[in-house]
Design a protein around this ligand. Structure first.
Ligand code: PLA
Length: 515
């Protein structure tokens, strides 16, 4: 319920004559009835039955002035003539609540919001963690929720190649014209080549439809809409567990999904047999969502032999592979190695979808830069698919932002910057690997229970899936001020070597003392 203290109905009907500053009448059309009314700041009191309205003004001094009372009198007269007075359209509406107030009844203008049925949404399971972290004032607090890279001082990091590319762009005095719907050509070319390798047959034969997207999320969403539109009823198979937003993306695009087994808590590893069985059991022609590298949240990737078997089964069942590549270069430190799963499928001549993101590997989180690539069996099909992706993008956001696209195109297109980028990426990936090792060492040294923590070393990418349950994760946050997602995932990209021992204490306490 909103108390209508100030009726901000400007623009409804024509403005009436102004009596004096601050107290003016306006003609308002409401439900076909016209009435003259006073704009005021606090509230209106309607004296019951008398047809008189008493108004509070913005300023006490104004109420004391004779002219103000004259203007009130004029207003009331006008309202009576129009037959509105306190039987106005406001009173006729059930949105006015009457309250008894000594001898007079007070009608506080309270409006029932049209949005009343909208309930409060829960905080986002990942981005909501950062909000809670910001509100915490404890000096030892640690944000291991969102996967965002931090320096050893736990500060956000802007890559030096990004700064160099931005300087180049500024020197060139680039304009801010709209991009085409499909995005920046130079970016689309660079991103597809980075993914497949410039000499890949799919590029040479122009069989890839590439459209710039709003980072990984927006690119996934474009593909989801394409699936909903052109493969109605087809299911997307997603790993259990997966990045939480995958489900939201397919739900909102009205694409049915189901899960395939992926993580085995007993081995703290891949449930490969379960995964293969579930992909086999899915209806023919399903889309199989795969994490290209650095599976989120588990940090467990199939081996190259396992990837071959996954490709076999997908081919047998006529499924369509759909890769989410959000961490190219960030898992191993090598762009080519992290793209090997995608390239293996492309080399088999399969049609596939790949969403890319530059949030992590170029640290362009807020620039929202990524792409959707759809490999088709002919260049003709690729052109048609691209035209439909553009058609999906146009009513959603018209065309994508230019800044991040130019940064990527400049970094990838300039051999010096490209090499420098690879070095910086190795450094970032290396720092994450070193805190992973340090955390493992600290846990092993401090925990005398005999528990084997080596699974942490086997996981790759920015995350570690600790195996802590919700209650234990809550203890990490409530007692230790370590912010993490409730599925037990911690982002090692947000950890410094200096905090490894503290984190190990928190994990040991939560693991052993909370069930
Ligand atoms: N796909 C996967 C598997 C991801 O982990 C993320 C990001 C994305 C796509 C999308 O990122 P983008 O839209 O910025 O390109 N996952 C983060 C952030 C790093 C997030 O939840 O949005 C995470 O903490 O899981």
């Amino acid at each position: 319920m909103a108390v209508v203290a100030s009726f901000g109905v400007h623009g409804c009907g024509g403005a009436g004559a102004s009596h004096r500053g601050g107290a003016q009448t306006e003609t308002v059309t409401d439900g076909g009835l016209s009435m003259r009314w006073y704009r005021m700041m606090w509230c209106r009191w309607w004296l019951h039955g008398g047809g008189i309205c008493l108004m509070m003004s913005e300023a006490w001094s104004e109420i004391q002035s004779v002219r103000w009372w004259v203007s009130i009198f004029n207003l009331v007269k006008a309202n009576s003539m129009l037959g509105t007075s306190n039987h106005s359209t406001f009173l006729a509406k059930d949105s006015i609540r009457a309250k008894s107030f000594t001898r007079a009844s007070m009608n506080v203008a309270v409006k029932v919001s049209r949005f009343n049925d909208i309930t409060m949404a829960p905080p986002d399971p990942i981005l909501g963690v950062s909000e809670a972290f910001r509100a915490d004032t404890h000096e030892m607090k640690l944000n291991l929720g969102v996967g965002a890279y931090r320096t050893e001082d736990l500060q956000p990091y802007v890559l030096s190649v990004v700064k160099k590319a931005e300087t180049l762009m500024l020197d060139r005095g680039e304009n801010k014209e709209y991009l085409p719907i499909e995005g920046l050509d130079a970016f689309n070319k660079a991103t597809a080549e980075l993914l497949f390798g410039a000499d890949n047959a799919v590029i040479q034969q122009q069989r890839v439809a590439t459209v710039q997207g709003l980072s990984g999320t927006g690119s996934l969403r474009l593909a989801a809409v394409l699936i909903e539109r052109y493969f109605p009823g087809s299911k997307v198979l997603i790993s259990s567990p997966t990045w939480g937003n995958h489900k939201n993306i397919f739900n909102d695009a009205r694409v049915p999904w189901s899960e395939y087994r992926y993580y085995d808590p007993k081995t703290v590893g891949l449930d490969f047999d379960g995964m293969i069985a579930d992909i086999k059991a899915a209806p023919e022609g399903s889309f199989v969502l795969l994490h290209g590298c650095a599976h989120n949240p588990t940090g467990i990737d199939p081996t190259s032999e396992q990837w071959e078997t996954i490709a076999d089964v997908i081919q047998e069942k006529n499924h369509i592979p759909f890769f989410d590549v959000a961490y190219q270069g960030f898992a191993s430190g090598s762009l080519d190695e992290d793209a090997s799963s995608v390239r293996l499928f492309a080399a088999r001549g399969m049609e596939l979808l790949i969403a890319q993101s530059y949030s992590k590997n170029l640290g362009l989180y807020a620039e929202r830069i990524g792409a959707i690539n759809i490999v088709c069996s002919s260049s003709d099909a690729a052109q048609r698919v691209k035209s439909q992706l553009k058609r999906i993008a146009r009513p959603m956001y018209s065309n994508p932002p230019i800044h991040g696209a130019r940064i990527v195109a400049n970094v990838v297109g300039n051999p010096d910057l490209f090499n420098e980028w690879k070095e910086e990426m190795e450094l970032m990936a290396g720092r994450i690997k070193s805190v992973r090792k340090k955390l493992y060492d600290s846990l092993s040294a401090k925990d005398n229970s005999g528990k084997d923590w080596s699974f942490i070393l086997k996981q790759i990418g920015m995350f570690s899936f600790t195996g802590l349950n919700k209650a234990q994760s809550d203890n990490m946050t409530n007692k230790w001020h370590v912010y993490m997602t409730k599925d037990g995932r911690i982002s090692l990209a947000g950890l410094s070597s200096a905090k490894c021992e503290y984190l190990a204490d928190a994990i040991i306490d939560s693991y052993h003392n909370i069930s």
